[in-house]
Design a protein around this ligand. Structure first.
Ligand code: C2E
Ligand code: MG
Ligand code: MG
Ligand code: MG
Length: 282
């Protein structure tokens, strides 16, 4: 009990806990009607071919603007949405919105109809029995090929034992949708996951990309991850590429695709279309 540490410690803990609990409650309460109030917006971050620097696709990243809380970051609100189950309706919004935008993008920038859209999926969404049919309906509603959609999952999905995740993932890939392992290198990064599940893409977490230019060990590690991925038939995406030097080095190491602030931050839809069109002209 915190009380046994003395009165001051006790009140310190209580105050701090209260602040944390209070904020969480407000986030939960605000999030409950946030969809209806139209407070969510998707930003898009372009992904590039490492060799020729062409845009090949984008990742959809959720943003929440709330009148009471201001802008809340996904790192703070996604786990709460996950815990409350609100990620299910919010995740549906993300899928359908991202696919409609992809259709607009593909038809606006006619030179490249093969753009892909990566969407993040949380573990909780896999417990929704309607997930697969929702994805299928959204694809046909948006008039987008399954091959243009990439679903990003982290190890958390594979470790949650609520449902038969393998079956769902197998069905997803059977539809032609791409499956991507996000944040590789963090957590347990069990290699057996790569063997047991039907992944097409591996995204190296940005914590590894950070040090590759200055740190020989990080560089060797990334080199090994790329070689291993390729031998398993996986396409490799480097996340969090922030400098020209990192881009050059990753290209030398044989990395396929890249994403990061060096190229562009995640940006709103309109701005993204401008960016993409100007980039295509070059
Ligand atoms: P993530 O899927 O690994 O997304 C990559 C994160 O890295 C994004 O943060 C992106 O803005 C950031 N990033 C990209 N390039 C750079 C760079 O060069 N440097 C640095 N420092 N950061 C970079 P963001 O948008 O804050 O999202 C954080 C996490 O929240 C995501 O990580 C993802 O796990 C989750 N998330 C975001 N949107 C969704 C969503 O629609 N659904 C679900 N389930 N999760 C989401
Ligand atoms: Mg991701
Ligand atoms: Mg990631
Ligand atoms: Mg992440």
């Amino acid at each position: 009990q915190a009380k046994s540490y003395g009165r001051n410690t006790y009140s310190f803990f209580t105050k701090k806990m209260n602040v944390i609990i209070q904020r969480r409650l407000v986030i939960e309460e605000q999030m409950r009607d946030a969809l209806e109030r139209n407070e969510f917006e998707l930003f898009y971050q372009p992904q590039f071919d490492a060799k020729n620097k062409h845009i090949i696709g984008a990742e959809a990243l959720l943003r929440w603007h709330n009148p009471v809380l201001g802008n809340v970051t996904p790192d703070e609100f996604i786990p709460i949405a996950e815990n409350t189950g609100l990620i299910v309706p919010i995740g549906k919004f993300v899928i359908s919105q991202a696919l409609h935008f992809l259709n607009t993008w593909q038809s606006t920038c006619k030179r490249q109809q093969k753009y892909t859209m990566a969407v993040n999926l949380s573990p909780r969404q896999f417990r929704d029995v309607g997930l697969l049919s929702f994805i299928q309906n959204s694809l046909s509603e948006a008039n987008v090929n399954p091959e243009s959609l990439e679903l990003e999952i982290t190890e958390g999905v594979l470790m949650s034992c609520h449902t038969n995740v393998v079956d769902i993932l197998t069905e997803i890939t059977a539809l032609g949708i791409y499956l991507s392992m996000d944040d590789f290198g963090t957590g347990y990064s069990s290699l057996s996951y790569l063997r047991e599940y039907p992944f097409n893409v591996l995204k190296i977490d940005r914590s590894f990309i950070d040090g590759i230019v200055l740190n020989n060990e990080d560089c060797n590690l990334v080199k090994a991850i790329i070689a291993m991925s390729h031998s398993l038939g996986l396409t490799v995406v480097a996340e969090g590429v922030e400098t020209k030097e990192q881009h050059t080095l990753l290209n030398e190491l044989g990395c396929d695709f890249m994403q990061g602030f060096y190229f562009s931050k995640p940006i709103p839809a309109e701005q993204f279309l401008d960016f993409s069109m100007n980039f295509d002209k070059k």
